[in-house]
Design a protein. Structure first.
Length: 187
């Protein structure tokens, strides 16, 4: 081995070891892996995919705290997905074998390493879907259209646990309401 290989080899072995530990840790934590966090003026609650940890599925609340808006990130290796930014996508949300179809625009594209990250948001979730998600165990998320986007995805779908969604939603609402500006009464 040359000097460069001697330096890179231990780094690669360390990364493989960390990934192995992360998957064991995830399994030991169970399915209650929902996160609630404030990002700018929005309160997000989301979980990570089972196929790709970097995929996020969840919702966010804006400053009125009333509605839940979809938050979905998905990834692909092919740079051509950038050309579809701003396009509307048909997304299947299969909640315990009950299929819901929604339309959401790919609002933003990001790049992490060699991975293209797509973000879908700003779609208000209705009560029927939210109730199904709260009562459900898993949701399988798949981008159906446009076909040119679906064809570029190396991972066609991801699954997300719904265990912990109801608790996280309540926590997000509380954090949102606690973050509202205090209205002063003039005397």
């Amino acid at each position: 081995m040359n000097r460069k290989q001697l330096i890179i080899f231990p780094i690669i072995i360390s990364l493989i070891g960390m990934l192995g530990c992360a998957s064991v840790q995830k399994g030991s934590l169970g399915d209650e892996s929902w996160t609630v966090e404030k990002r700018n003026d929005r309160i997000f609650y989301f979980t990570h995919g089972t196929a790709v940890w970097g995929h996020e599925f969840g919702f966010y609340k804006t400053d009125d705290c009333k509605e839940d808006f979809l938050w979905l990130s998905f990834s692909a290796r092919d740079e051509k997905v950038k050309d579809l930014s701003g396009k509307e996508a048909l997304i299947s949300l299969d909640v315990d074998s009950k299929d819901f179809r929604i339309k959401s625009t790919m609002r933003y594209m990001g790049v992490i390493g060699f991975t293209q990250v797509m973000y879908f948001f700003d779609w208000a979730v209705g009560p029927e879907l939210m109730n199904a998600l709260i009562k459900g165990r898993n949701v399988k998320v798949q981008i159906i259209e446009p076909k040119e986007l679906e064809a570029l995805l190396d991972i066609k779908y991801d699954e997300f646990s719904l265990k912990g969604l109801a608790v996280s939603r309540k926590e997000a609402e509380k954090v949102c309401k606690d973050s509202l500006p205090v209205k002063r009464k003039d005397k």
